[in-house]
Design a protein around this ligand. Structure first.
Ligand code: HEC
Length: 122
């Protein structure tokens, strides 16, 4: 490869990477939480909303009621593994979420806690 061709290739790669970053759902999310974000978006956001902001199907986790002293991490494992009877809201019951492992949930919870901290709820 000639030198100019190599330079052009590197420039193209840089542009592609910049475009991919702009498409990311929330580019402020720390890289260490990217897996938790992807798992949350695949399994929880349909009801709990992008960035855990809630939808018409489920509550936002940015509500004070979900801060760690009210809903500890165990409540999050239990919700996904066993489902939730509607009690705080009027969205109806949450079904259990099959195919999400404990390790997946650990990553999902870290991602949710990060958003809660950003929102200043704890
Ligand atoms: C089909 C919609 C739906 C999906 C998908 C869903 N949830 Fe929920 N979730 C709900 C609803 C509705 C509630 C509110 C129940 C109530 O009234 O308190 C809820 C409540 C919760 C609660 C509170 C439990 C409690 O003890 O009060 C947690 C934690 C939770 N969800 C975690 C998750 C996680 C983690 C995922 C993804 C792995 C997820 N949810 C996916 C609908 C959903």
């Amino acid at each position: 490869m000639t030198l100019p061709a190599a330079v052009i290739l590197v420039l193209c790669l840089a542009v592609t990477r910049a475009a991919a970053a702009a498409d990311a759902p929330d580019s402020k999310v720390p890289p260490a939480l990217a897996k938790g974000e992807a798992l949350f978006n695949a399994n929880c956001s349909v009801c709990h909303g992008v960035g855990a902001r809630g939808t018409t199907q489920g509550p936002p986790f940015l509500d004070k009621v979900y801060e760690p002293n009210h809903h500890a991490d165990t409540a999050f494992y239990r919700a996904a593994e066993m489902g939730v009877r509607a009690h705080h809201w009027k969205f109806g019951d949450m079904p259990k979420i099959p195919g999400v492992t404990r390790d997946d949930l650990t990553q999902i919870i870290a991602y949710i806690r990060w958003h809660q901290k950003q929102a200043g709820i704890f």
